[in-house]
Design a protein around this ligand. Sequence first.
Ligand code: CMP
Length: 232
Amino acid sequence: MVEQKDLVRQLEEVSIFESLNEKELSDIISRSQVVSYKKDDVIIFESEEGNSVYIILEGMVKISRQNEEYKEVILAILGEKEFFGEMSVLDGALRSADVAALSRVHLLKIDGKVFLEFLEKQPKLSIALLKEFVSRLRKTDHQIKSISLEDAVGKVASVVIRLANDVGRLKRGRVEIENFASQQEIANYAATSRETISRVLTMFEREGLIERDMNKIIINNFEVFKQKFGSS
Ligand code: CMP
């Protein structure tokens, strides 16, 4: 059981809730549920009706859709303190994508009506939400560019940078990306093949740009890596 005050501490670190005080956060928590899923469980199915918003308390999820050939296309990977499920709650349309657990996850499931009630009362919450939408749009624009313009090396470099930004841990210039996704999933995120991912990662490793420990990827110098591949 997660204690109420621990939950308040966790929600305080969620960027969209920055403007809410302890009482308001406690109010949200008392009207929500903590739910858990194991790796590979599907939390949201594309095209279902949706009336909950989820905050990630622990773990990681992937947001994906299937293309016409039933191949998975990963749109985003989200980690702790991020949220999903807001799109259907805001516009009342069906869920826009599948959301599945990439590890064991604990989530706070907030009823859509409670979420909307807080949005109406709290302009700062709406602004924080808009900022997050802008950031997601920027990432998506970047992803479209990398899919359509870059060669294999550029695509793989771009997905490594995206993973580092999404879920990497930065320590003294190095970024560690935990072992959470299969090479096939990384390929689905980069819109390339598993063989290409494997070949280019091996090349990066030989050049000393990255190290691999089991499936963990370590970027030795993130700034140098970003400069080399012209991405921010
Ligand atoms: P919803 O459509 O309700 O359910 C699927 C969720 O996936 C969606 O809300 C968003 O929270 C999330 N999602 C969809 N597309 C993206 C994206 N490009 N980047 C990050 N999250 C997304």
